[in-house]
Design a protein around this ligand. Structure first.
Ligand code: DX5
Ligand code: ZN
Length: 215
């Protein structure tokens, strides 16, 4: 059974607390928070203060996904703000192993995110330091994009590598999940599925979350 992480990127930014509570009531396992710097991705969202403010409205973990250049500059700030799971992009730093270790030292789950066009093998040497890997199903930057079909094969390959090495790394799939493709995504090995537009635009998010989980 997959865990479901609604992405607040698709929420109403003027009412983040209520949006968080709405998703928690609908059955979310965690809240996915997309941090964008306008450099690593062509979009801007929010920083540590928003995480701290969301934290005070949430009883479930905050899954903070950093899409920022040189994330090492900000890890401690997001941890202090109340992140429970913290991930950054392998493409955005030359210090991935150090960053993963720094996140774990502070007691959080450490994640590495990978863009659709980046060869999966690039993260294989780093898997020992990861609690989870975010396999992007879209080019990062915006919600509401179409799922890139090759993502399914990438998750299967990653799952095979994790099993081969007997590691306990979880897979999170982020981007493009919907009611039609969620079974395929879960079958490919996703432990957690992010839902941005699908959960937030539905008048019945509890049904979307239940449908995502039951795969
Ligand atoms: C994209 C973000 C995703 C996004 C997912 O850059 O990292 O978390 O919010 O939204 P959907 O599910 O609509 O693709
Ligand atoms: Zn994300």
């Amino acid at each position: 059974m997959a865990k479901v992480a609604p992405s607040i990127l698709s929420g109403d930014f003027s009412r983040m607390g209520e949006e968080t509570e709405r998703m928690e009531r609908a059955g979310a396992d965690m809240i996915h928070c997309d941090v964008m710097d306008g450099v690593f991705v062509p979009n801007l969202t929010f920083g540590p203060k928003m995480i701290a403010d969301i934290r005070s409205h949430a009883n479930i973990p905050l899954d903070v996904h950093l899409m920022i250049e040189r994330p090492e500059r900000y890890l401690d700030k997001f941890i202090d703000a109340g992140a429970d799971r913290l991930s950054f992009h392998i493409e955005a730093t030359a210090a991935a192993a150090d960053n993963l270790a720094a996140i774990r030292r502070r007691g959080l789950k450490a994640g590495l995110a990978i863009c659709p066009e980046t060869p999966l093998e690039r993260l294989y040497d780093l898997l020992d330091g990861c609690d989870f890997v975010i396999v992007m199903g879209v080019h990062p930057g915006f919600s509401g994009q179409k799922y890139i079909p090759e993502t399914t094969a990438r998750m299967k390959a990653l799952r095979a590598e994790i099993i081969r090495r007997n590691l306990s790394v979880e897979i999170e799939m982020d981007g493009g999940a919907n009611i039609e493709n969620v079974a395929e995504i879960a079958a490919a090995g996703a432990d957690t599925i992010v839902s941005g537009s699908c959960a937030f635009t539905s008048p019945e998010p509890e049904k979307v979350i239940a449908a995502f989980r039951c795969n």
